[in-house]
Design a protein around this ligand. Structure first.
Ligand code: URA
Length: 263
């Protein structure tokens, strides 16, 4: 595969920094929310430092067990994920871990727990620009294995399974608590179908992440904190449970980066 790497000091247009600022990092941790980048960089590792803030992309560098690691927000949804990945790939990032939030659709999973997604239903548009609809959205076996080992080691309440990755928070996730309350016919009844097929959760980025990474030659994994329980309602749970999931995610990502950097 032909690859167009950036030169050391070329500032990439969207993320707003150059490879020189990565200090040799080849692993990136990718939350969606720019506001989560600094706290994540501080809690994940040592010597956290600000790199850049441009559009939805806020970037910090941190050192996890001495390994330089980029923490960069992707924004919400597939398009901004793919733009970020294209530019990180050009700067030599070869392994990524998404740290996101999600709504479980299975009764046995609870808010505050975490889900490691091994694959995704492609209810997005972006992944279809990188591969035909018949191509699977799958996580890297290596990155997923590292996430699972790390989750076991820190005794996190984790689940491994398939996400339903939707471009929309309301209709694609069959939510009726929207402005109009209407869900198009094409999506009515779909949550029951995904449940019957054993999918675990709704979120908005992993299908674009997995397919784009496959197309670019990057290894990707994802660990999502459960902030909604769709078998009981449509609302997002109180922040306390979100914070609980985030603490597990931090411990898991730290352990996974340590494992991946030694592999
Ligand atoms: N993120 C989503 O996309 N859906 C949820 O229900 C919660 C977080």
């Amino acid at each position: 595969m032909e690859k167009h790497y950036a030169s050391e000091n070329e500032v990439l247009y969207h993320v707003g920094f150059s490879k020189a600022e990565l200090k040799g990092a080849t692993i990136a941790v990718l939350p969606g929310d720019p506001g989560r980048v600094e706290p994540l960089a501080r809690q994940l590792g040592a010597k956290p430092s600000f790199i850049a803030c441009h559009r939805e992309y806020t970037s910090w560098l941190t050192y996890i067990a001495g390994v330089p690691t980029l923490v960069c927000s992707t924004g919400m949804g597939g398009p901004s994920v793919a733009i970020c990945l294209e530019e990180l790939a050009r700067m030599g990032i070869s392994q990524v871990i998404r740290v996101g939030t999600t709504g479980t659709i299975q009764q046995h999973i609870n808010p505050g727990e975490v889900i490691i997604n091994k694959a995704s239903v492609r209810l997005d548009g972006t992944s279809h620009h990188y591969a035909p609809a018949s191509f699977p959205a799958v996580a890297s076996f290596t990155v997923t294995g590292a996430l699972i080992e790390a989750a076991k080691a820190c005794a996190a309440p984790y689940h491994v399974g398939i996400a339903v990755s939707s471009d929309t928070f309301w209709p694609g996730q069959e939510r009726y608590d929207s402005f109009t309350g209407y869900v198009p016919l094409a999506f009515q009844g779909t949550m029951a179908e995904w449940q019957r097929l054993g999918a675990l959760n709704y979120e908005m980025e992993t299908s674009a992440l997995f397919v784009t990474c496959q197309a670019l030659g990057i290894k990707a994994g994802a660990v999502c904190g459960v902030v909604a329980k769709r078998t009981e309602g449509e609302a997002i749970v109180p922040k306390k449970l979100y914070d609980q999931a985030l603490q597990y995610q931090i411990a898991i990502v730290r352990g996974a980066v340590e494992r991946l950097s030694k592999a």
